[in-house]
Design a protein around this ligand. Structure first.
Ligand code: 9D3
Length: 245
């Protein structure tokens, strides 16, 4: 899959993407990442990418033409069909299912804004969708683009190997994770749950499902309301609630 990011801070995007899972995917060419700087598509003496908002008000707005030319360059550089996404607080909130859909694309063009945003005509004319990280404010779209790239890259075939398919097929889909432990077995009288040392795989699986259900019930009841539980899951959750009491 190919990502093209439109950004005034290309180094920030390239450097962050080199780390970890995304870096490995770029290295082995599962992912292609290109960053296009709107400043390279300016033709005035000061390479102006922003201007004052019509109607007044504080801050600056990114100009249409450098953004449009950068997106055009990103499209012209590939032969595949692409989707252009503008990252902004006004966008559709990102979800795993939105990202899963996007992971089927061959080219995703991500536009990272700065300042107070971009000329509205760029969104209307050049962008297919608008995505948000959620209801809080960050300083620009670069971190949002990196989050999208990271989350989608994890979904691509062969990137996480068998870990991925195991987790994705998992019945714990749509639930919070169960608790994890590693050595040592005891930290100042705080022991690892016995069942995890028992070697009884069926019991361990049940305990983990019960914990995942219980934690979701405790911390994110909104997630639980969206799910339909199997009879077995209902039983495990009921048991968790009794144990809490
Ligand atoms: C809502 C704040 N705006 C009020 C005047 C100004 C403003 C601040 C920061 C407008 C844009 C930005 C930059 N934000 C992003 O580029 C951004 C973002 C975000 O701030 N929150 C959630 N998701 C995203 S995706 C891109």
């Amino acid at each position: 899959m190919r990502f093209d990011v439109i950004s005034l801070f290309p180094d920030m995007v390239q450097q962050a993407a080199r780390v970890g899972v995304t870096g490995k995917a770029i290295e082995n060419e599962t992912v292609i990442l290109n960053v296009w700087n709107p400043r390279d598509y300016t033709y005035d003496k000061h390479n102006t990418v922003d201007d004052r908002p019509f109607g007044g008000g504080q801050g600056m707005v990114m100009k249409y033409q450098p953004l449009h030319d950068a997106v055009t360059a990103a499209k012209a550089d590939s032969f595949c069909e692409s989707k252009v996404v503008y990252l902004s607080p006004q966008g559709k909130p990102l979800t795993q299912s939105l990202l899963q859909e996007a992971s089927k694309l061959s080219q995703l063009i991500l536009v990272a804004g700065r300042y107070e945003g971009v000329d509205e005509r760029f969104i209307a004319r050049d962008c297919d969708e608008e995505w948000s990280l959620g209801d809080y404010v960050i300083s620009g779209g670069e971190l949002a683009a990196l989050i999208v790239i990271d989350a989608i890259t994890r979904l691509l075939p062969n990137v996480l190997g068998n870990v991925q398919s195991a987790l994705q097929d998992s019945h714990s889909d749509g639930l919070l994770d169960y608790p994890q432990f590693t050595r040592p077995e005891c930290i100042e009288n705080e022991a690892v749950p016995d069942v995890l040392l028992s070697g009884h795989h069926k019991d361990i699986e049940q305990w983990r499902m019960k914990q995942a259900l219980g934690r979701t019930w405790q911390k994110r009841p909104d997630l639980l309301k969206k799910k339909t539980l199997s009879a077995e899951q209902e039983r495990l959750l009921a048991q968790f609630k009794v144990d809490v009491d």
